[in-house]
Design a protein around this ligand. Structure first.
Ligand code: XLS
Ligand code: CA
Ligand code: CA
Length: 441
């Protein structure tokens, strides 16, 4: 049956279009550096937000009743798969992502849960034969069920460590079966509420052991997905171990895991950590760790993980600047880890939301290309750091100096001259680029 019978295939119509069911800026066929926009941006739909959420929040019941919600149990799981592939086709999106629990319900024990998963995975595999939509990544939900009350790989209970290992093992097998290009580890409850009852060292050592076992198992089964850590500073725990990219990188280095992982960077998690989205992308990029992106945005007035669809062009532009500078996302992509607002409860809103997100990143992509082509930031930065290209600066950069020589040099300085950082001027140039990107076309 058709779940979205009111909606026709979403096409690119251009910036002048007034059709709410058309792309205004995302033209999948337009090329850049020999790749189409579709191949470069690699958009993904998040299964959980799009097919399992009902709009409930801590203060109120669900507002969204989807057509598939008339089913329950495995019938519901199957109906969601039908709906999801219809949705991907209409949107023309190249990727999707899921947690094990999003696609199939838990059984009364692990064995039954795995059997449920096998059935649904078989069904998804069949759909994928005729669909262009591929699996960007999958992951394991180790935070919803009460058994994960004290965490998963960092639980105080060794039985839960074992249970979590079994779950990730199964999810990796599913990833292999469905050709997942990445596998995500988001430490949903891998953190703590209070140190008063926490052995931090043991918990972190255990997390390191757990991830090594995952790396080993991937080798054993020949699962070649890129492994990704998704940092988040807090929520649900007060203090999550993978706080941000820098903390995650230190963890990976301490446990000798840095050769096997990159990062899945979520915009809303960056802002929760007190960083900008582009800070996290930059930190990952300059360390060769930028793997994939969860494309969303938070609400600065609320300050929690609101997972909104990305519509802030300033942010998408600065994000795409980092991604282009990275040479693209490789095996990663732009997964919309985003949900429609509680008030946007109609099925059509799911399309409007994805169109808005895809168009916003397409704008960011084009503006960032132009900024890079014109070397806007590069020229500013080259000029600002010019003192390191000659004289004492060049000696510092080349390692040809020491404290004694630097002291001699400093003693000889009469006057130190600075130049302006020109922030206001730079921001106004950025605005010009944002506004002109389409005015010129
Ligand atoms: C939650 C996370 C989660 C991960 C995957 O805040 O964003 O959805 O992306 O487990
Ligand atoms: Ca996420
Ligand atoms: Ca999130």
């Amino acid at each position: 049956m058709a779940y979205f019978s009111n909606v026709k295939k979403i096409n690119f119509e251009g910036a002048q279009s007034k059709n709410p069911f058309a792309f205004k800026f995302y033209n999948p066929e337009e090329t850049f550096q020999g790749k189409t926009m579709e191949e470069y941006l690699r958009f993904g739909v998040a299964y959980w937000h799009t097919f399992t959420m009902d709009g409930s929040d801590p203060f109120g019941a669900g507002t969204m009743s989807r057509q598939w919600d008339r089913y329950t149990g495995m019938d519901l799981a199957k109906a969601r798969v039908d709906a999801s592939f219809e949705f991907y086709d209409l949107l023309g999106v190249p990727y999707f992502c899921f947690h094990d629990l999003d696609i199939a319900p838990e059984g009364s024990n692990l064995k039954e849960t795995n059997q449920n998963l096998d059935q649904i995975v078989g069904m998804i595999k069949d759909y994928m034969k005729d669909s262009k939509t591929k699996l960007l990544w999958n992951t394991s939900n180790m935070f919803t069920h009460p058994r994960f009350v004290h965490g998963a790989a960092t639980s105080s209970n060794a039985d839960i460590f074992a249970y979590s290992a079994a779950k990730v093992k199964k999810s990796m097998e599913i990833g292999k079966e469905l050709g997942a290009e990445n596998y995500v580890f988001w430490g949903g409850r891998e953190g703590y509420e209070t140190l008063l009852n926490t052995d931090m060292k043991l918990e972190m050592d255990n997390l390191g052991r757990f991830l090594h076992m995952a790396v080993d198992y991937a080798k054993q089964i020949d699962f070649d997905a890129q492994f990704l850590i998704e940092p988040k500073p807090k929520e649900p725990t007060t203090h999550q171990y993978d706080f941000d990219v820098a903390t995650g990188y230190a963890f990976l280095q301490s446990y000798n895991l840095h050769d096997y992982f990159k990062f899945n960077i979520e915009a809303n998690h960056a802002t929760l950590a007190g960083h900008t989205f582009e800070h996290e992308l930059r930190y990952a990029r300059i360390n060769g760790l930028l793997g994939s992106v969860d494309a969303n945005q938070g609400d600065p007035l609320l300050g929690w993980d609101t997972d909104e669809f990305p519509t802030d062009l300033y942010s998408t532009t600065l994000a795409m600047y980092e991604i282009i500078k990275n040479g693209g996302l490789g095996k990663g992509g732009l997964n919309f880890d985003a949900k429609v607002r509680r008030g946007s409860f109609e099925p059509e809103d799911l399309f409007h939301a994805h169109i808005a997100g895809m168009d916003s990143f397409a704008v960011g992509f084009k503006v960032a290309q132009k900024l890079i082509e014109d070397k806007v930031f590069e020229d500013i930065i080259d000029n600002r750091y010019g003192s390191y290209t000659e004289g004492i600066g060049l000696d510092i950069v080349n390692g040809n100096t020491d404290f004694k020589k630097l002291e001699d040099y400093a003693l000889g300085l009469n006057e130190i001259k600075h130049q302006s950082g020109r922030l206001e001027s730079i921001k106004s140039v950025l605005n010009q680029y944002l506004l002109q990107a389409y005015a010129e076309r």
